[in-house]
Design a protein around this ligand. Sequence first.
Ligand SMILES: [Fe+2]
Length: 325
Amino acid sequence: MTWVENVVHVCMGVQPGERVLLITDQGLAAEQELLARAIKAVKPGKLVRWTLPEKERPLQTAPPEILECARTFDVGVQFLGTTSTSEQPYRFSLVNATADGGRMRFGVGLMIDQAIFENELSADYEEIAEITYRLYDFLTGKSQVHITSPLGTNLSFSIAGRQVAVDPGVIRQPGYYNLPSGECYVAPLEDSANGLLVVDKSFPGILIDEPILLTFENGRVVAIEGGEEADQLLRIIENGEKQEHGEGCRTIAELGIGTNPAARITGNVMTDEKVMGTIHIAIGHNAVAPYNGQNRAPVHLDGVMGDPTLVVDGVTLINNGEYLV
Ligand SMILES: [Fe+2]
């Protein structure tokens, strides 16, 4: 299936008569055109297309008429080829309008390039949804998590009472979702993590050559060791610590499990955290739906590791990267 058919029919499930908002930046104008054609073929009630005005970027908010669409329409799709943290206020303005309206199924992809359209977004999302919901069923209601790996990870924490979340790619309920998709995730209790985490794949923007060792004590990272990439990570954390809620930068925020067999490790968190056979532990912000954690921080940093063994309440869920559910 082409990525266009995947996005319109499988992921978003656009139905005749639905009102659809379609947003890209100028770099993805050709892709916007392809999506618009496929959406029109479904005979939507309305299709509103919008291209981010390049000269005004980084944008601080979406225009009122676009926010109104996000509040009242049925489906939203946004793909940006480029964006940055300074454009977060714009992205949050759409997230908030979507939440306000409580109606729209909003699929969003950031830093999307041709390879992502052809790989992660051309995946078999029926299969991804199936494995993602199997993991969801297994994790729901569980408490004690223990992670090990051949490189020496030995980390324990609790997810007791926490809501498990999914990014299954087959989007049929209102809310804000990632495209590409393929992840099951949950926010650990903030003070519960103890042990060693060895991250060997990536952190956002950092492709890892020499593994980064993070030591957790009562939920917080107390030591970061490794090579050049460990130093890079430390600089990001120290920079975050100078900002509001900076004290939350070292606190555990997420356990995520990748479920997209077509996803690749590229240094882009949108693809890395989705890779089937990897898990990620994030530190930083999680006081936001659907994590619903309690930690505030100016950063959310996902550390992706390979070959994990994941044991939950004494039952092995993943053995050396192989999913047993
Ligand atoms: Fe994640």
